[in-house]
Ligand binder design. Structure first.
Ligand code: PMP
Length: 453
């Protein structure tokens, strides 16, 4: 990849320097790719500029978090208003925007009867699980093969991506996805097969006495949709078995549709988690759902620990612990609210553009006779190189990831950016100009770079 090295010399220099200070030269493992990640310095609208002054149409959009693109004036205004009008960045006390924002969220996702704010999607799912354990008195959680809910212990289990080692669909073999998980740590996490209703139902019934919750990305990775029948049956069986159903909509919230995936499927979970888009580009998460479950975290007589412990005979163990210095941060709520308000008028156009781009990509690959599909929902999609159906993690692992990565690196050289092997997230600022640039770059790569491969 001589072009890549030639164009990104300053990125390489900074990357080599950063390796002396951070493991792998990155602050999050996901930022890394080989040969080395590109170092960005500036973003405006749909465009990112790197430290070598190369410009890119950005489709990563910070892993889907930026629904309005980079440096949006509405977000900047919202942040300024918080500082200039209210004279503070953080109150450490309730403020009205907390309720205004809650009402806005519930307009689109009414199943979130009560909600709490967190500082990331990870914290939101962690709190959702704790709520389910406290509410049911049960101790295990089930998650799906290859689904991501944040990087903490009980969620860092999945199956081996090599299907020969993944075990049968009826009984997936659990493997850790990280070093440093304690022996026996997998005992509380049961792995389920996605989009396999019978196998999933059998496993849920088998473990139902211990299962507090099932957590699912209703659209895996934001791009592999659950089949309608699968998700409807999942709702039914969890209800019958007394298992809390958690929809992790950190990626799909305000992206699969404004009301998330639950609105598309018309299936109501017990708890929902949100993150990314709703934080307007800042660290944020929300957990919300049925009143009787959420109320387990109510401090009952106020926030004083002494009161909580003494009054009504309740003890600290009866109230679920949830706190955080930065919860409900006014600047982040302001940015989140501005994002949702803008999406109210712009989401439809963004969706149209996502569909146009998908159609153009599909016709291009058809014309080149390359087996490829786009899969996705709403404003997120992915390119997969296969002519087989892709319905879960096992199918995804069998697609041609080598070709995909090679293509991604060539497209980066031509000014089209997503982190190699990542999704395409469309923002309100993508338009016909970006679409044309993308298709031109693809034509160029196929004509001049990938010939014969
Ligand atoms: N759940 C899902 C579905 C996610 O996609 C992510 C982030 N990729 C998380 C949870 C964790 O969110 P965060 O990175 O904000 O902690």
């Amino acid at each position: 990849l001589p072009q890549f090295f030639n164009k990104t010399k300053e990125s390489y220099r900074i990357y080599c320097e950063s390796e002396k200070h951070m493991p792998g030269g990155v602050t999050a493992n996901i930022k890394h790719f080989s040969p080395y990640p590109i170092v960005m310095k500036h973003g405006i609208g749909p465009t990112l500029t790197d430290v070598d002054n190369n410009e890119y149409v950005d489709y990563l959009m910070s892993y889907g978090a930026l629904a309005l693109g980079h440096g949006h004036p509405r977000i900047q205004q919202a942040l300024q208003q918080q500082i200039l009008t209210d004279g503070t960045y953080l109150f450490g006390a309730p403020h009205e925007l907390e309720t205004t924002f809650a009402k806005k969220i519930k307009e689109y996702i009414p199943s979130m009867e009560l909600l709490r704010y967190t500082n990331s999607g990870t914290e939101a799912t962690l709190l959702a699980l704790r709520l389910a354990y406290a509410f049911t008195g049960k101790t295990k959680v089930a998650k799906f093969e290859g689904h991501y809910h944040g990087g903490y212990n009980e969620m860092l289990y999945s199956i081996n991506p090599d299907e020969k080692k993944a075990g049968p669909i009826e009984e997936p073999v659990t493997v850790p996805e990280s070093a440093g998980l304690l022996p026996g740590g997998d005992a509380n996490t049961i792995i389920l097969p996605f989009n396999h209703p019978e196998a999933c139902e059998r496993l849920l019934k088998k473990h139902s006495r211990e299962l507090a919750a099932v957590i699912i990305e209703p659209v895996q990775g934001g791009f592999i949709p659950a089949d309608q029948e699968f998700i409807t049956r999942l709702r039914k069986v969890t209800e019958e078995e007394g298992i809390v159903l958690i929809f992790d909509e950190v990626k799909t919230g305000f992206r699969s549709s404004l009301g998330g995936a639950q609105n598309v499927y018309q299936v109501t979970p017990d708890l929902t988690t949100l993150g990314k888009v709703v934080g307007g580009g800042f660290p944020f998460g929300i957990v919300g759902g049925k009143k009787e479950i959420m109320d387990v975290s109510s401090p009952k007589t106020g926030s004083d620990v002494f009161d909580t412990m003494q009054s009504k005979g309740s003890s600290a163990e009866e109230t679920l612990f949830h706190s955080g210095t930065y919860n409900g941060h006014p600047m982040i709520l302001g940015a989140g609210l501005a994002t949702i308000e803008l999406l109210e008028s712009e989401f439809r156009n963004t969706l149209t553009l996502a569909n146009e781009l998908r159609n153009e990509l599909e016709s291009f690959f058809k014309q080149k006779a390359v087996p490829m599909k786009t899969i996705g929902m709403g404003t997120i999609f992915n390119l997969v190189f296969t002519n087989q159906a892709v319905k879960n993690y096992r199918d995804m692992s069998k697609t041609n990831l080598f070709f995909r990565k090679e293509l991604d690196l060539h497209l980066i050289n031509e000014g089209i950016y997503t982190k190699p092997l990542n999704r395409y997230s469309i923002a309100t600022v993508h338009g016909d100009r970006e679409l044309k640039k993308t298709m031109d770059a693809l034509h160029y790569v196929f004509t001049n770079r990938l010939t014969g491969s």
